[in-house]
Design a protein. Structure first.
Length: 293
């Protein structure tokens, strides 16, 4: 089990240098645009902090997460992984103020090479990631995390731009597979018996892509027999993010994990690039060109 202490803290200046180097300081770096909404990587420490405030608004104020006192005082959701990730933003240019005031959605992206040099993946504190990576030594993985959108922007356009950004980023960096935690609200898995059972019976990753929750955290998702699971009803109560992953062609790991700090029940989503539905590749473009420029 990975510990957050393995990650070495950086000064604000060092973090800023890394962010600017990754995002391409001095260039527009736009990954997509729909109307007044744009998606790109954060370009500065100030933009990362603004994204962390958006995360605080969603995870703490809306969803009831209980974070460390230092986090609560700053009113930003942050941890040591933020300094080694790229931060995908959705910005509404119609809003008044600086870019930091226009951020309405965000995703945290962590490539395998960065994770291996700085302590590992965030998901490894809940799921057995290493065996999955070991089975695919020739593939490049990327972790998706901390996905959130402000309530008034939870529309198809915003979701499309987030995926446009993810897809463009994955293509640019030669990513072969994405994975990350996706959450159900609350820490009572039985409250989501129908949806979790559907995932267990119909979307569980097998063979080379199998991955499991850490044994000491493992909560069975097999709560209802397959014949008792109504697929239509299960999908109707599925969190939108999980449902979106499934439409793309994603699979889920074995077992859920209760995250009491964030007041969620987590599942691990695994999405090999080769498994992405052809209709979505065609929609966003094999070169991620649909909403670019």
């Amino acid at each position: 089990m990975m510990s957050i202490e393995l990650l070495k803290p950086e000064t604000a200046a060092q973090a800023g240098e890394h962010i600017l180097a990754r995002a391409g300081a001095g260039t527009e770096g736009l990954l997509g645009r729909i109307g007044t909404l744009e998606t790109r990587l954060a370009r500065s420490p100030a933009e990362v902090e603004a994204a962390q405030r958006v995360r605080f608004n969603v995870f703490v104020e809306e969803m009831g997460a209980r974070l460390p006192a230092s986090t609560m005082q700053t009113r930003r959701d942050f941890d040591a992984w933020d300094t080694i990730c790229d931060h995908l933003l959705v910005i509404d240019s119609a809003l008044e103020g600086d870019p930091e005031d226009q951020i309405v959605g965000t995703y945290r992206l962590l490539r395998q090479d960065a994770a291996e040099h700085r302590g590992g993946f965030y998901s490894a504190h809940e799921f057995e990631i290493e065996p999955l990576l070991a089975r695919h030594p020739d593939k490049r993985f990327m972790e998706l995390g901390r996905s959130c959108v402000l309530p008034q922007y939870r529309t198809r356009r915003t979701v499309e731009l987030l995926w446009q950004g993810n897809w463009a980023y994955a293509l640019k960096h030669g990513v072969d597979a994405m994975f990350g935690c996706a959450s159900f609200p609350g820490y009572r898995p039985e409250a989501h018996a129908l949806a979790l059972s559907f995932l267990h019976h119909h979307a569980r990753a097998g063979s080379d892509w199998a991955v499991s929750a850490l044994p000491e955290l493992h909560c069975s998702m097999d709560m209802m027999p397959a014949e008792a699971v109504d697929a239509r009803r299960a999908l109707a109560v599925m969190p939108p993010l999980v449902k979106g992953y499934l439409r793309l062609g994603a699979m889920v790991g074995d077992g859920a994990v209760i995250d009491r700090a964030f007041n969620t029940t987590d599942v691990l989503v695994v999405l090999p690039i080769a498994a992405i539905s052809g209709r979505y590749v065609n929609y966003y473009g094999a070169d991620a060109g649909r909403f670019a420029g």
